[in-house]
Design a protein around this ligand. Structure first.
Ligand code: FEC
Length: 294
């Protein structure tokens, strides 16, 4: 039976004029306070989106092309909050005559508030017209662990692993997100034999409810007061350069570190690095191998 891959990412506005519609999609119809929209437009403007190609969309396109070569299967990109939509990618996958569609999200950790939304969009679009093999999480994939370990191995800095925060209520709901993040961080720290590392969240939104803590901006202060002088940020919850990296880490966290007299660097993100594309290809092959043994 023919197989096609739908490779999914968060998605990002192509132009400044797209930001209100993009933000409305993220909010799922819930109201947006005007000052929060203004702030988001300003963040995208300061990143130069609109003047140049949007980094997340460009990287996802490059990753798609490289993965297609690596797995020798048709691969289509679908974005959770922008175009091309996941539904469009599903239609294109079906047009190849695929009887099996493999869904993979460019985010390794499962949460009901993140990956489940990608899955729901893909399931709805396929509507039973092909068998869906969906990778829920790949946070402990040995290839991913080794790829990240290679990025931090040998550093003399204190490594701070980070990921997108989520509303804290997920913990009461038994969501595996935090556990998976801590597991990835532990496995990378062990593989790289790091003497000193910790974990913190980043990119909390102002939604009027508590989010998972600690936030990196507070965490940097705690590290400084413990005598840490040099930090290397390893954002295990993300795989690409995008707003949450280029703004939340490269602008906000760098500024906080400077105020604290802390040297802060971050790892180069996996993006479309050929070694990382091989990790993705391996995740795809393993998921399909499980299917063939059933
Ligand atoms: O570069 C770009 O243009 C897109 C960067 C981007 C990525 C990303 C990844 C994740 N998010 C996750 C959860 C939430 C929750 C809310 C939320 C809100 C935003 C907003 C922007 C945004 N996120 Fe995002 N996220 C990115 C961008 N995210 C912009 C809206 C403005 C703001 O709050 O800053 C809150 C939704 C709500 O208001 O109800 C929850 C998670 C990830 C990592 C997994 C994944 O990539 O899917 C989890 C990249």
């Amino acid at each position: 039976m023919k197989t096609a891959v739908v490779l999914m990412a968060y998605g990002s506005p192509e132009r400044i004029e797209d930001v209100p519609a993009y933000y409305a999609d993220i909010r799922g119809g819930r109201p947006i306070r005007p000052e929060l929209l203004d702030d988001l437009v300003e963040r995208y403007r300061r990143l130069g989106i609109g003047d140049a190609a949007n980094p997340l969309n460009e990287i996802t396109a490059a990753t798609r092309a490289a993965l297609e070569r690596e797995v020798a299967l048709p691969v289509f990109t679908g974005m959770k909050h922008w175009q091309p939509r996941i539904a469009e990618a599903a239609e294109r996958a079906l047009r190849t005559g695929a009887g099996t569609v493999l869904g993979l999200v460019l985010a390794p950790h499962y949460s009901r508030l993140s990956i489940a939304g990608y899955r729901a969009q893909l399931e709805e679009a396929l509507d039973g017209r092909a068998e869906l093999v969906f990778v829920d999480s790949w946070h402990d994939d040995p290839g991913l662990i080794e790829f990240l370990a290679a990025r931090v191995r040998g550093t003399g800095a204190h490594v701070v692993f980070t990921a997108h925060s989520l509303p804290a209520r997920i913990l009461e709901e038994g969501d595996p997100y935090e556990q998976q993040l801590l597991e990835t961080s532990r496995l990378v720290a062990e593989a790289a034999a790091l003497p000193d590392s910790s974990f913190s969240y980043q990119s909390e939104s102002d939604t009027g409810e508590p989010w998972l803590q600690p936030d990196i901006l507070d965490h940097l202060g705690e590290l400084r007061s413990r005598g840490v002088e040099h930090v290397l940020v390893c954002p295990v919850g993300f795989v690409s350069d995008h707003l949450e990296i280029r703004w939340d880490i490269d602008a906000e966290a760098v500024e906080r570190a400077a105020e604290l007299g802390l040297r802060l660097e971050r790892i180069e993100m996996p993006n479309a690095d050929p070694d990382f594309v091989r990790v993705l290809a391996d995740v795809v092959r393993k998921a399909l191998a499980v299917l063939s043994t059933q």
